[in-house]
Design a protein around this ligand. Structure first.
Ligand SMILES: Cc1cc2nc3c(=O)[nH]c(=O)nc-3n(C[C@H](O)[C@H](O)[C@H](O)COP(=O)(O)OP(=O)(O)OC[C@H]3O[C@@H](n4cnc5c(N)ncnc54)[C@H](O)[C@@H]3O)c2cc1C
Length: 463
C-alpha cells in the first residue's frame, strides 16, 4: 500500500492497462502533475492518470469505479473551485487529448476533450472560422464548453453550448457513446450545460462561424466617471449590433507595456470590446463609446481573433490565488451601480477584477428549456474575482470577493454560471439550473446512477 491507502499492485495494473502514464505521490513529477491553475487549491490525488486515448479513459474510469475512488476529470485545470482534481482520489488528466480537427466545408470542428481554447482558436482561425468560447487561451475547452461558455462572440453566435453539435463520452460503466440530435438525445441535451456530470467527454463537435479578423481591445475610463459610464453601458450594449461584444470591467491597469506608464496600477472602469462584423463598420459601432466622458485609453484596433482571445494570458499565468463569486443579472439598477463603484475603489490587488459579460442577442434566442442553461432571460453573467500571486493575500481576496458579492446579490437573478462558482453547495447548483435541474437529475440517474462523476458542480441522480 502507498501512504494514500491505494494498493500499489492494482495501481500498477492500471498503468499496465494504459498507453499513457500514471503519476503517484513520491514520483518526481507528482507536484507538477497535481498542480491546477488556481494555487488556492492544494489537493493531493492518490493517482493521476495521464490518458493517451479513449481506451485509456475507459481503463481509468473502470479502475476508479472498481476501486471506489473519487474521480476528478481534468481538462485545462482552470476550474476556480478546483474541480479538476481531488484529494486522495483519481484524476483523469485529458491534456493529451488536445487535437482539433477542422472541417472547413461543413464549418465544424472536432475538439479533443483536453484541448485548450488556444488550441481551438489556432486551428479554427487558420480557416477564418471560430466557435464562441472564453477569453483566456489557457482555459480548457472541455470544462468551459460543457458548462456554458461565455465569451466575446456570445451576443452574435450564442454560448458555447449553443454551438455543440455532438460529443463522444465515456460513461460511468466504461461504455463509449455518442450524444447528438439522433443518438442519446437526452444525454446530448444534458451535456450542453451539465458539465462533467454525465461522463468523460473525449471529443466535442462544435459549429464554426466565419470570424477572422476582429476590431478589439480595451477602453479605460477614470473611476470617477464609472457611475455615468455604467448607466450608459447598461442601455447601450443591449441595443448594440450583435457583432459587438463588450464586457464591462473594473480593473487595475497592468503595470507593463503596452499600457502607458502614467496609468500603471490605476483603478479604472473598462469595457473590453470585440467587434466581429465588417471591419469598416467598427468605428461607427464604437463611436458612442469613444464619446463617453473620462476616457483614459482607447486600445481598440484590428487584430486576428486569437489575439484578443489570448490578450489577458500574460496577466493571468497559472499559479495565482483565485477566489470566485458569480451571479446572473437581468438589470443593473442605480443602487447596484453605487455598490459596484464602492467595491471597485477597494480592489484588494491589481489583478482582482469584476466582469459583466453580456449574454443577450443570440443567447436569448435559445429557449429556456432547450439546454440546461437556466437563465436565458439574464442579460449579463457577473463575476467577481480576487486574484493575486501572493498566497498571503488569500484571505483579503476572499473577504473582498464575498463582501462585494453579498452587496450585489440582492440585485441579481438568483443562480449563477456554474463555471464561475466556487464549491458553494447543492442549493446554489440547483438555483443555477433553475427549472432544468429536475430533468438533469433524471438523466443523471439514467447515465450515472451511482454518481461516479461527483467531483463537479454536482447534479445528484434523481431518487
Ligand atoms: C483565467 C480564467 C478565465 C476564464 N474565462 C472564462 C470565459 O471567458 N468564459 C467562460 O465561460 N468561462 C471562463 N472561465 C471559467 C471556466 O469556464 C471554468 O474554469 C472551467 O471549469 C474551465 O475548464 P477546464 O477544463 O480548464 O477546467 P478543469 O479544472 O480541468 O475541469 C473542471 C471541471 O470541468 C469538467 N470537465 C473538464 N473537461 C471535461 C471533459 N473533457 N469531460 C467531462 N468533464 C470535463 C469536470 O467536471 C471538471 O471537474 C475562466 C476561468 C479562468 C481560470
Amino acid at each position: 500500500m502507498t501512504d494514500t491507502g491505494i494498493d500499489t499492485t492494482s495501481a500498477d495494473e492500471l498503468a499496465a492497462r494504459m498507453k499513457g502514464s500514471v503519476v503517484r505521490p513520491g514520483d518526481a513529477d507528482y507536484d507538477e502533475a497535481r498542480a491546477v491553475y488556481n494555487a488556492m487549491i492544494d489537493k493531493r490525488p492518490a493517482l493521476i492518470a495521464r490518458v493517451a486515448d479513449v481506451d485509456d479513459v475507459v481503463a481509468a474510469v473502470n479502475y476508479g469505479r472498481e476501486q471506489g475512488l473519487d474521480i476528478a476529470i481534468r481538462g485545462g485545470g482552470h476550474n476556480g473551485a478546483g474541480l479538476g482534481t481531488v484529494e486522495n482520489g483519481l484524476v483523469i488528466d485529458l491534456a493529451a487529448l488536445n487535437s482539433v480537427e477542422v472541417d472547413a466545408d461543413n464549418r465544424t470542428a472536432k475538439i479533443g476533450g483536453g484541448a485548450l481554447l488556444g488550441d481551438v482558436d489556432a486551428a479554427t482561425n487558420a480557416h477564418g472560422l471560430a466557435t464562441p468560447a472564453g477569453i483566456i487561451a489557457s482555459t480548457g475547452a472541455g470544462g468551459l464548453m460543457l458548462g456554458g461558455g461565455i465569451g466575446h462572440l456570445s451576443r452574435g453566435f450564442g454560448l458555447s453550448i449553443d454551438n455543440i453539435l455532438g460529443a463522444q463520452l465515456v460513461l460511468a460503466d466504461g461504455s463509449v457513446v455518442e450524444a447528438n440530435e439522433n443518438e442519446n438525445p437526452d444525454l446530448y441535451w444534458a451535456i450542453r450545460g451539465g458539465g462533467g456530470n454525465f461522463g468523460v467527454v473525449t471529443s466535442i463537435t462544435a459549429r464554426l462561424h466565419p470570424v477572422d479578423n476582429v476590431v478589439a481591445g480595451p477602453m479605460f475610463w477614470s473611476l470617477e466617471s464609472a457611475p455615468e459610464l455604467m448607466r450608459w453601458y447598461r442601455e447601450f450594449i443591449l441595443n448594440a449590433p450583435e457583432e459587438l461584444g463588450g464586457f464591462f470591467a473594473f480593473l487595475s491597469v497592468p503595470p507593463a507595456p503596452p499600457f502607458p506608464e502614467e496609468l500603471h496600477l490605476q483603478k479604472v472602469a473598462a469595457v473590453i470590446w470585440c467587434f466581429a462584423g465588417p471591419v469598416e463598420q467598427a468605428d461607427e459601432a464604437l463611436a458612442e463609446a469613444r464619446a463617453q466622458p473620462g476616457l483614459l485609453l482607447d486600445g481598440v484596433q484590428p487584430m486576428p481573433l486569437p489575439a484578443i482571445q489570448s490578450a489577458f494570458d500574460p496577466v493571468f499565468p497559472p499559479g495565482d490565488q483565485w477566489y470566485w463569486r458569480a451571479d446572473f443579472v437581468e438589470e443593473i439598477p442605480d443602487e447596484a451601480i453605487e455598490q459596484h463603484v464602492k467595491f471597485a475603489a477597494e480592489l484588494p490587488s491589481w489583478k482582482s477584477t469584476m466582469h459583466l459579460y453580456p449574454i443577450d442577442g443570440a443567447v436569448h434566442r435559445v429557449g429556456p428549456t432547450d439546454t440546461p442553461w437556466g437563465y436565458r432571460n439574464a442579460n449579463w453573467g457577473q463575476v467577481i474575482v480576487g486574484v493575486d500571486s501572493d498566497p498571503a493575500s488569500a484571505k483579503a481576496l476572499t473577504d473582498w470577493t464575498i463582501a462585494y458579492h453579498e452587496a450585489l446579490h440582492p440585485f441579481a437573478a438568483g443562480g449563477a454560471y456554474v463555471n464561475m462558482m466556487m464549491d458553494e453547495g447543492q442549493e446554489r447548483v440547483k438555483a443555477s439550473y433553475g427549472e432544468n435541474y429536475d430533468r438533469l437529475a433524471k438523466i443523471k440517474a439514467e447515465y450515472d446512477p451511482g454518481n461516479v462523476f461527483h467531483v463537479n458542480q454536482n447534479i445528484r441522480p434523481a431518487g
